[in-house]
Design a protein around this ligand. Structure first.
Ligand code: EPU
Length: 460
């Protein structure tokens, strides 16, 4: 198993280009199941979750047609085409490694009239039920049963029929649930209205791809999405939006290292809540002309030609101020940046409060940050963070994707050496993070956990 060894305390400077979004790309890849024509996606990130999704889609009869001969991932352009529609079982062995497998359910059901997808279990960040997905598909007329841990969904003889579907749940809407219902409704008879739809940019990107394929989706990005069913969908060519969570993570890396980082291909339009929060803390995100980091304008949003692919410079005041933040569905502060923000606030001058409203148990990073000297008290879904002057390097354990990112930021800021075990969690969502941080001046190495003892001995 791989481990990161970080020597903290280095100021990060330089440029980094934000990759295509993992959470946008996963349902976009699954949308290829809706047609027998080729679907080409550009700027797909080379991540463990994406490779797992491609493997799953292969098992479901959807083949990659442009895979490089050497078996590598290639440059991020991925063309897929369905060659066998008889394979409709997403097995537990695959689904348990990646919950996003659930987004094959809606497309397979709509196109093939049948889907069998293993029920994803809970994960490190909480229970994560899929009741809203199933309620939405049932409202369209799907017959759903649960057998041996699998969801079995069938289209009745009359086909799926458009209707009004309410997707609100105890924690707001559901991102992948909205994706599933939207995909299923594209091939239903009549009009479907999704009320309380997720407004996340990844849902908008999926709607845009579906429309290129011939669907009629409108209202994406608002809580009311309308889908007029069509009889079939065709191929398309689509560029994945940049990853707002990766961008937010690098912004916070600049914040904790008193850095000066330019982010290219940055989707500032989808990061307004995070940027507002960072501004209050004393972290400045300013637009810069595409080729130059030296000409900042006052507001990143106003200064950008394309606010979804902006060039911004991130700097911070020496003293970080505390804030009170609640994670919320988009356009609120994203839960996927909560752990990284906690690291920033661990170093702020005063007491901050974070309340987690999407995944109330998503706090596995708290105990690990505490090992590095952070002062955090948790009461249910709320944490009070009392800023300290410095964090101190320690061996810590990555537990889920974003918690791992929070620990990497802590390691970059800390005095001394931090060893982060189980970085496979991080590899699910950040492409070559150690190489990119090293290019910005960080001291970070990926080593096999067995080598860590050697690293320790060398420095003893
Ligand atoms: N929920 C239900 N019932 C459902 C579905 C969800 O009660 O049927 C609850 C969840 O338990 C949670 C809330 O609703 O409390 C929101 O969950 P949602 O369904 O929106 O999450 P998701 O679609 O499974 C995606 C991202 C997550 C991100 C969440 C929230 C992907 C592949 N995953 O998950 O990303 O945290 O939306 O924004 O798009 C990550 O990248 O690290 C990650 C976990």
């Amino acid at each position: 198993m791989d481990t990161f060894v970080i020597e903290g305390g280095r100021r990060l400077t330089g440029r980094v280009r934000i990759n295509g979004s993992k959470n946008a790309a996963l349902p976009l890849l699954a949308a290829a199941l809706l047609t027998d024509q080729p679907v080409k996606l550009r700027e797909v990130p080379n991540l463990a979750d994406i490779r797992n999704m491609l493997r799953l889609l292969g098992e479901l009869g959807c083949q990659r047609t442009d895979a490089p001969d050497d078996g590598s991932f290639g440059d991020g352009t991925i063309t897929q085409r369905v060659t066998d529609e008889s394979l409709s079982h997403a097995r537990y062995e695959v689904v348990r490694t990646m919950r996003a497998s659930i987004c094959t359910l809606g497309p397979m059901l709509a196109r093939r009239g049948f889907a069998r997808v293993s029920l994803p279990g809970g994960c490190a960040i909480g229970e994560r039920p899929v009741d809203l997905h199933l309620r939405g598909l049932a409202a369209l007329g799907a017959q759903i049963t649960l057998t041996g841990g699998d969801i079995i969904a069938k289209v009745p003889p009359g086909g799926l029929i458009g209707t009004t579907v309410f997707l609100g749940g105890p924690f707001g809407s559901t991102v992948l649930g909205t994706a599933n219902i939207m995909c299923a409704a594209t091939l239903a008879k009549g009009t479907t209205i999704i009320e309380s739809a997720a407004c996340e940019p990844e849902v908008v990107d999926l709607a845009n791809l579906l429309n290129k394929m011939g669907a009629r989706v409108s209202g994406q990005g608002s809580p009311r999405v309308v889908i007029e069913g069509v009889s079939e969908l065709g191929g398309a060519d689509h560029r994945v939006i940049p990853d707002r969570i990766e961008a937010g993570t690098y912004m916070m890396a600049s914040a904790v290292t008193n850095g000066d980082i330019v982010l290219e291909n940055c989707p500032v339009d989808s990061l307004l809540a995070a940027m507002h929060c960072l501004d209050t803390i004393g972290v400045h995100v300013e637009a810069c002309n595409a080729g130059s980091a030296n000409i900042p304008t006052r507001s990143a949003h106003r200064g950008c030609e394309d606010p979804m692919r902006c060039c911004v410079r991130v700097t911070s005041d020496r003293i970080l101020r505390p804030v009170e933040v609640t994670t919320q569905p988009h356009p609120g502060f994203p839960t996927d940046l909560q752990a990284q923000l906690m690291t920033v606030l661990a170093l702020a001058d005063g007491n901050s409060v974070i309340t987690e409203k999407i995944f109330p148990d998503r706090f596995l990073h708290v105990a690990e940050l505490s090992r590095m000297g952070a002062k955090v008290i948790r009461h249910g879904p709320t944490c009070v963070i009392s800023g300290v002057r410095k964090l101190v390097g320690a061996p810590v354990m990555a537990s889920d994707l974003r918690a791992s990112a929070g620990l990497v930021l802590a390691g970059l800021a800390a005095e001394g050496r931090t060893i982060i075990n189980r970085v496979y969690h991080l590899d699910r969502g950040y492409e070559r993070m150690e190489d990119r941080l090293r290019a910005l001046g960080a001291s970070i190495q990926r080593v096999d956990e067995k080598e860590v003892v050697g690293v320790e001995a060398l420095s003893a």
